[in-house]
Ligand binder design. Sequence first.
Ligand SMILES: [Ca+2]
Ligand SMILES: [Ca+2]
Ligand SMILES: [Ca+2]
Ligand SMILES: [Ca+2]
Length: 244
Amino acid sequence: MFRAINILSLMLVSHFALATPLVVPYTERAPSIDGLDNDPQWQAAAWRPMDQLMVGSMPDATDFSGEYRLLWNEKALYLQAKIQDDVLFDSHANPLTQYWDDDALEIFIDEDASGGDHQYNYNAFAYHVALDNQAIDIGPDQKPHAYNSHIQSRWQRQNDGEYYLIWEVAITLYGDDYQDGADNQPVSLTPGKIIGFMLAYCDNDGSAEREHFVGSQAITPVNGDKNRGWIDASVFGKIQLKKP
Ligand SMILES: [Ca+2]
Ligand SMILES: [Ca+2]
Ligand SMILES: [Ca+2]
Ligand SMILES: [Ca+2]
C-alpha cells in the first residue's frame, strides 16, 4: 500500500519536473499591438487553450472561452489572446480597486522560472490587465500598483459570425531584482531561455464578484483553493524561447 503510494507520488513528481516547456517561436519584427489579427508573424505560433477553472463555475463557451499564442524577440514577449466573453464589465472606476472582480486578462510572469512565493515581492508578477489596458499587481508594500510600462496592451472586438476579442500584449520582462522607484532595466531575452508563464481571464458579467476565473494551467488545490497563481509562482507553466 505505502509502496504503491510512493510510486504514485514519484510518478507525479517526475511528471511535473519533466513537463516539457511550451516552445515559443522567434519573430524579428514585433507584431502590431493593435487588437487586429493581421500580422503574418502570428502564423508561426501555436494556439494554446485557456480551459482550467480556478475560481467560480465553469462557463459555457459563449460566456467565456479563450485561447492564446506567444512570440518573442530580444525586446519582449508578445501575446495574442482570442477571447469570447458575452458581457464586458468594468464596475470599479478606480483601476486599483477590486481589479480582479472586473473583466481582466491576467498574465503571470516568472522571469527566471524560479517558482516560489511572489505575493509581496518581485520574484514573479501577476499583471491584471484591465479593460482600460492598465496592468495592476501587488507590490512589496502590499498595495496595488500599476505597472503600465511593463505591459503594452490593446484589444478590439472582432466578428466571424460571433463577436470575440483579439487582445494583444507586448510584455517587457523584469527580474526579481526589480525595485519600486528605481531605474530598472528590462531583461533582454535570449534563445533557450525558460520563463514561468501562465495566462488567465477574470470573467464578470455583472455580479459583485467575478463569476469565473479560467486559466492555462491545471493547479493542484491547497485546502480546496486553486487560486494560487497570485501567491505561488510554482503553479505557473513553463515556456522556452526558440530561435531557428
Ligand atoms: Ca496585431
Ligand atoms: Ca462572460
Ligand atoms: Ca523568479
Ligand atoms: Ca465578462
